[in-house]
Ligand binder design. Structure first.
Ligand code: PXG
Length: 288
């Protein structure tokens, strides 16, 4: 039985409930983080906590805990569930209000922490690679809600996911038609040994796995370009992969029915996956 943190109290899964008047539910008014823990350590915990507080700041939401308190509550959620490997979902909503979207009527944010054992992608996908299709649904325009905020408004990404269906993962473009990201992952390509990824200004979340991969590239002496990419750049890439806390680093072997490179996961991607896995096993904030 899972034990879930809500506003300072741990509840059994069946009793872990929020009000129907919570604005996270009524309006998608809130923010979240999804992170992983491996071998008894939470990977990049500090970065996730920092990004959560930045998301909160951006939507004028006060998290009723300090960063240190939220960090401790996150680690305690793993301990209470006796877990060494798994997934953590941190959610902060605007809290309970009335049937009106004005956040001023919400007195206190709701803080939820779910630590769970689920793994999200089968190992064969890392060996065989993903199929990606471009979706008609565009990534949220920065003038509407900046994609830098990891908000509870995922509807446009969900529409893209529905479009992608069983075909595979969905690639999302921005309003100008440049590559933004996939529905829950950042995009990278290799061309002639150099690494390319869209800038966050193109509508990509400033992914923590993305930053780790850029760090690995520095370690390897690989040149990294954060520049606007079109679908042409992806079609003609030597290698293509996605990054995200859930997916980690995962190869892509086809986009819109065009094989990427030789149509099999690339050697450079494999090198990055290996190094990424070493880092997840050997670094992070100790839980116990
Ligand atoms: N873009 C979007 C839109 C995301 O939601 C990423 C990129 C990758 O960012 P990170 O920081 O994780 O490297 C995300 C992250 C889930 C889930 O349960 C989604 C994410 C992360 C963890 C779990 O669907 N998205």
């Amino acid at each position: 039985m899972k034990t879930i943190y809500i506003d300072g109290v741990f509840y059994p899964e069946s009793e872990a409930k929020v009000s129907v008047f919570d604005h996270g539910l009524l309006y998608g008014d809130g923010i979240f983080e999804g992170m992983r823990f491996y071998n008894g350590r939470v990977f990049r915990l500090e970065d996730h906590i920092d990004r959560l507080f930045d998301s909160a700041k951006a939507i004028a939401l006060t998290i009723p805990l300090t960063k240190a308190e939220l960090t401790e509550a996150t680690l305690e959620s793993c301990r209470k569930n006796n877990l060494r490997d798994g997934y953590i979902r941190l959610v902060v909503t605007r809290g309970v209000g009335d049937l009106g979207l004005n956040p001023k009527n919400c007195k206190k944010a709701t803080v939820i922490i779910i630590a769970s054992a689920i793994t999200l992608y089968p190992e064969e996908l890392y060996r065989n690679g993903l199929t990606v299709v471009t979706c008609a649904t565009r990534r949220m325009a920065p003038g509407a809600l900046t994609p830098a905020v990891k908000s509870l408004n995922y509807l446009n990404n969900i529409m893209a996911k529905i479009e992608a269906g069983d075909a595979g993962e969905g690639l999302m473009l921005n309003e100008q038609g440049y590559v933004a990201e996939c529905t829950g992952d950042n995009v990278f390509i290799f061309k002639k040994g150099e690494l390319f990824t869209p800038p966050t200004s193109a509508g990509a979340l400033c992914g923590i796995t993305r930053n780790v991969v850029i760090g690995i590239a520095r370690e390897f002496g690989t040149v990294v370009h954060e520049i606007d990419l079109t679908r042409y750049d992806l079609y003609t890439a030597d290698e293509f992969f996605l990054t995200g806390s859930a997916a980690e680093v995962i190869p892509v072997v086809s986009l819109d029915a065009r094989p990427i490179g030789d149509g099999i996961p690339g050697m450079l991607t494999a090198k990055f996956i290996k190094r990424f896995r070493e880092l997840t096993q050997a670094s992070g904030t100790p839980i116990y």
